[in-house]
Design a protein around this ligand. Sequence first.
Ligand SMILES: NC(=O)c1ccc[n+]([C@@H]2O[C@H](COP(=O)([O-])OP(=O)(O)OC[C@H]3O[C@@H](n4cnc5c(N)ncnc54)[C@H](OP(=O)(O)O)[C@@H]3O)[C@@H](O)[C@H]2O)c1
Length: 244
Amino acid sequence: MSPPGDRTVLVLGGAGTVGSGTVKVLLERGFRVVVISRDAARLEKLKHFVPAATRSRLFTLIGDVGSEEGAEAAKTAVLQAVGKVTDIVSSLGFSWWQGGPPHTQTVEELNRVLNTLLISTFTSWKAFFPLVKDDHNGSYTFITGGAGERLLMPGTGFLTLGAAGALAFCQVVREEYPDVPCKLNEVKLNMGVATPDRIAPGFVNHLDVGEAIATVLVKNSVSHHVFCANTPADLKTLIVEGKV
Ligand SMILES: NC(=O)c1ccc[n+]([C@@H]2O[C@H](COP(=O)([O-])OP(=O)(O)OC[C@H]3O[C@@H](n4cnc5c(N)ncnc54)[C@H](OP(=O)(O)O)[C@@H]3O)[C@@H](O)[C@H]2O)c1
């Protein structure tokens, strides 16, 4: 296992809710971190969110990984900026969607949701997986949620469709690539995740989620595994023991 100081983690979706908590904790644990976002303002906000002493190890790039061309262009830019990526955390998507029941929706909206949750997960994996797949110290970790297994509440159906696609994609990758040297894992969060100012009942702090994801990367001991956190207690166990 390589020490964090020798590892560079690309956090896809690193400017988002789950991603920003993960980026901060990874930097605090000594990793170098790269983040791609479509939005320069979100990257600026992220730079100010992480401790000043760690900022020199954070590399930010503007890019859109939601198409094959965009993901390839982002890969070229990442490699130019940091040389080598050892680990990838894929936390793409969005926090919430509640546009209404299917009969009120359009095919354009369904396309938008599937693009955000499923297609970007695929296009970025296709571009970035080759960077880590042959490295037995490397890892690719997908972040998913329970929304793909059921309707969370009325009007959230398209969220279920997109999240189900992402869950299925992770399963397909595990089964299609049973023997890759790198660690291939999924952290499945069956709870809401929020920044401290938006915590509500049933939600966990994005920094606790970041601690759990960082522990999985630091231990880097299992592969083709789904770490399923159903409760805050599960998350604590994952942080302390690296398993649930
Ligand atoms: N939040 C929760 O309550 C929760 C709970 C369980 C599981 N999850 C899972 O965690 C994952 C992330 O959720 P989140 O709450 O962190 O969502 P979020 O705050 O909306 O962040 C998602 C990130 O994905 C990025 N992204 C999406 N499409 C992209 C593209 N084409 N190119 C580049 N970046 C793209 C966005 O980047 P930009 O900066 O470019 O917009 C954004 O930063 C989702 O898969 C979700 O299912 C979330």
